[in-house]
Design a protein around this ligand. Structure first.
Ligand SMILES: [Zn+2]
Length: 338
């Protein structure tokens, strides 16, 4: 999950920089997202004004599929980039509805009025009436959340369908399979394209940033589950995908032979560190203070710039809040619905 999505800059009365296009609908100037590759097309809306932090994917076919459109703030950038390549969206697939992955779905759906939207069962209601999504977002990020991710637009319920494990989506020349992969959050799907042997796994494995093959776990509130996460990683590893695409960022490194083991080991290591610190202190403040250093120590050595980028994409405080929420839930102190 991201914490600081770039808020598109309004440019009034100044020269536009290269690549910026006017967004006639909003009366603003929008820098298009960066598109790379052809199958899939990786869409980078440039978190914090820099590339390499967050990715959406477009799978081309007789029907084009957009996986995880991104935040509401990023949506104009994504739309601008798709428009510049004359790429239509026929189906929006959501791996899950955290705001960095899904808050922009309504804005993109408005731009492509014939597009259908499919999200994990249990998450679809929040797309039709995003007030619950906004309320959840505020619980985690506070009132500033709409500055970070933007305000989600509602989607007409008739356009939304629930995705179940084993569903498939027909693109005409291929079909995409849905695989339930809970853990990062309870309602989480991954999508497998057998034509290119590509797996799009959202945040199920954790996050990576360019320049490193370290996988950082992503354990956000409120319904992270260690047990489900580890089971999902194992399940996804058995698909035999040639390429694994992460929501953060791009194709997983060093590749499918190692990525699942790395993700699983990193998650177990983080969780062990968390439990150890939890035993040593009763103070939330102490736990929080020690957690970052402890978790960093459990990762492989990484360059300071990579550490900074990982912290932007999957911050320690957010992971700690998710681990605490799970622990409280398991000990009966917090209901699943909290
Ligand atoms: Zn997420």
């Amino acid at each position: 999950m991201n914490t600081r999505f770039h808020v598109p800059t309004k440019v009034f009365g100044t020269r536009r920089s290269r690549g910026e296009q006017p967004d006639a609908s909003a009366g603003k100037t929008v820098t298009p997202a960066i598109l790379t590759g052809t199958d899939p097309v990786l869409i980078d809306p440039m978190l914090n004004d820099s590339p390499g932090k967050s990715s959406s994917y477009l799978i081309p076919g007789s029907r084009n599929i957009l996986i995880d459109p991104g935040s509401a703030n990023a949506a104009p950038r994504v739309i601008e980039a798709l428009r510049s390549r004359k790429l239509r969206v026929d189906l929006i697939l959501l791996t899950h509805i955290h705001p960095d992955a899904a808050a922009g779905a309504g804005i993109i759906a408005r731009h492509f009025p014939k597009a259908e939207i499919a999200a994990p069962a249990g998450a679809t209601e929040r797309l039709a009436d995003p007030s619950a999504l906004v309320s959840d977002m505020k619980k985690v990020y506070g009132e500033k959340v709409e500055t970070i991710y933007g305000h989600p637009a509602p989607i007409d319920a008739v356009r939304i369908s629930a995705v179940e494990d084993g569903d498939s989506f027909d693109l005409g020349d291929r079909s995409i399979a849905a695989i339930s992969s809970p853990g990062h959050t309870a309602a989480h799907m991954s999508f497998f394209d057998p034509e290119t042997s590509s797996l799009f796994c959202g945040d199920a494995l954790g996050v990576q940033v360019p320049g490193s093959s370290v996988v950082r776990p992503s354990t956000p509130p409120w319904d992270f589950s260690l047990e489900d996460s580890l089971a999902s990683i194992e399940k996804l590893s058995r698909l035999g995908a040639d390429t694994v695409y992460l929501a953060h960022y791009g194709a997983a490194r060093p590749g499918p032979a190692e990525i699942f083991t790395r993700a699983s080991n990193a998650l177990k290591s983080w969780h062990r560190s968390f439990l150890k610190k939890l035993e040593q202190t009763d103070s939330d403040e102490d736990l929080s203070r020690q957690f970052n250093a402890c978790l960093e120590a459990s990762l492989e050595p990484i360059a300071p710039s990579v550490r900074r980028d990982l912290e932007v994409v999957s911050p320690a405080w957010l992971n700690l809040a998710g681990l605490n929420a799970e622990q409280a839930r398991l000990s009966g102190r917090l209901s699943d619905a909290a």
